[in-house]
Design a protein. Sequence first.
Length: 644
Amino acid sequence: MAGSSWKLPKARPNGPPYFSRNQISVALHQMAVLLELSGANMFRTRSYQNGSRIIGSLSQDLGELVVSGELFELKGIGKGLGSAISQAVGEGRWPEDWVDLHNQTPSGLIEMLGIPGVGPKKIKILNEELGVQSVADLQEACVKNEISPLKGFGSKSQQRILDGIDLLARFSERRRLDIGLRYGHTFLTMINGLNGVEKAELAGSARRRRETIGDLDIVAAVEPQNVDSVTQSILSMKGIADVKGAGDSKVSVILDTSIFEDSFSLGHLDANVLDAIGGDDYEQLESGGTIDVQVRLVPRHVFPYTLAYFTGSKEHNIRMRQVAQNNGLKLNEFGLMPETELTGLDAAATSLPATDEEDIYRHLGMKFVTPELREDMGEIEASASGKLPELVTLSDIKGSLHNHTTMSDGEASLEEMADAAQRMGWSWLGIADHSPTLVIANGASAEDLISQHNKMNKYNNKWEEDGVDFRLFSGVESDILEDGSLDHSDDVLSKIDYVVASVHAMAKWRGRDESQNTEDLLKCLDHPSTTVLGHPTGRILQGRDGYEIDIHTILEHMSEFNNDGVLKAIELNASPYRLDLDWRLCKHAKELGVPVTINPDAHSIRGLGDIDYGVMIARKGWLEKDDILNALSASEMVERLGVN
Ligand code: DGT
Ligand code: CA
Ligand code: ZN
């Protein structure tokens, strides 16, 4: 489970030092909070808080400071704290009163600390005044309107607590792909650098590029004689907040953001997305967050089988086992072998050899299935008949249609965005700034839109003269109004190159029924200027559900246009907060002949990089080069968009 870990960290088995600087700092901070919860006096609480800050910002090695006794000379570390830290670091034992305080504090109170904006002071009052003991109690008290009359709270504060409870619940369940991969790639690189690790790879949902990740799975090839030393090395890595277990083939740990070299930040987010995921509270949760990871250590010859098993999905594995059975073989995480009485690594000795996953599929008469496709969505059949798709890759991408500049709510100018796109090796870039109705996003006026269009034309002419393989396309992200109409006059729209039509009035659209929403979207698609349907459902992952629509009817309608030679493309919004169109529907769009356009919806130069996530999801959705607009050259785009 994600979220902060509130237990005292477990000692490393290979100490001293038994705890890192970071672990001691965290433990001191938690003590300060628990002391405050228990009503201890302010001075005591503050000394722990100071201690946490001092240890956390040490430049010297804590282990050495303990051994030399210099720890006691640090300003702000008194005799009491100094002895406690020395004992923990030197002997691997936490002071008894620390352990007691942790044990005595009701777990419900600690759970409440995870709610953004709810600190120990407030929890203490809520507990004393209303007997609130858990998040569930607190939620009930809010709903019954018992919080707002309390001194120092009020109705705004009550609503904020309710929102915070909701945010915490979403956050604790799963993490978005971008966050999961950040932790996963960082930890994987560290493991790959260890002596004794021949190779290691990410498995599980992260390797399959699911849009959200429960926990991380890593498989490492380690010969038996090196398992102990590799286990020790993993346990002493930075970024480990807690050790859940370490056996002879598996290490389970909890990572926190101290694993990252740089301080943790989410980058620029547009107001819409930020609002839906909980604003600054969300960023705060994320930077104090953790993620679970399981590392499996197996001998080299077993590695491909273990990697395939823990990559999953469970559904794909079940089908694979059936295929093996049909061949009179047994498939598990140790190998592919005849039915045997033996188990585990003993059974593996009878396995067919495999140097990589490709061999496993080959033994079963199948073509290698790339991890993104392993969801039992038709890949088993396609692999057996040799008809797997040739999936799009990042290097196929030559441009994207939906990006913002400072003309609406983007951070970078037109020139800076164009320059960044060229440096990414793209041949074209489409700019679709917001339309006037979207005041929150500084929607641009018709005059500004046309003048930007003219400016792009000038740049395009210049590049053409200079023989530069790059051009800009001028679009608009037009808000879809409630009756399905677009936000600019037909006259203005016909002057620019294309229109990305998207819904932003989420509260209104979510309050209406599916048939009304669908009807209005169909009407909007019928407008001759509409080229792209932007973020089709409006969902924000871990934030809010989309509005209800009949996506099948919409895709079929778009299909008819395309059959008649009129381009109506569906967006795969590449922002890791959206990934909308859902990958499960990409394959459907492909089958209907509706082109997909992968759009980073960049609001900054860094935002263009979100194209990576779009490509991951496009692959997961079975898309090939010919299924997407992004793989077209600039001149092909001119033709497809009908630019004159
Ligand atoms: P997650 O962590 O919820 O995002 O999703 P996964 O797919 O990473 O699932 P996880 O972490 O529970 O297990 C990793 C892989 O291990 C999973 O994709 C398939 C395999 N696996 C786990 N449990 C089972 C099982 O009971 N049967 C089979 N066939 N495979 C399993
Ligand atoms: Ca997992
Ligand atoms: Zn946008």
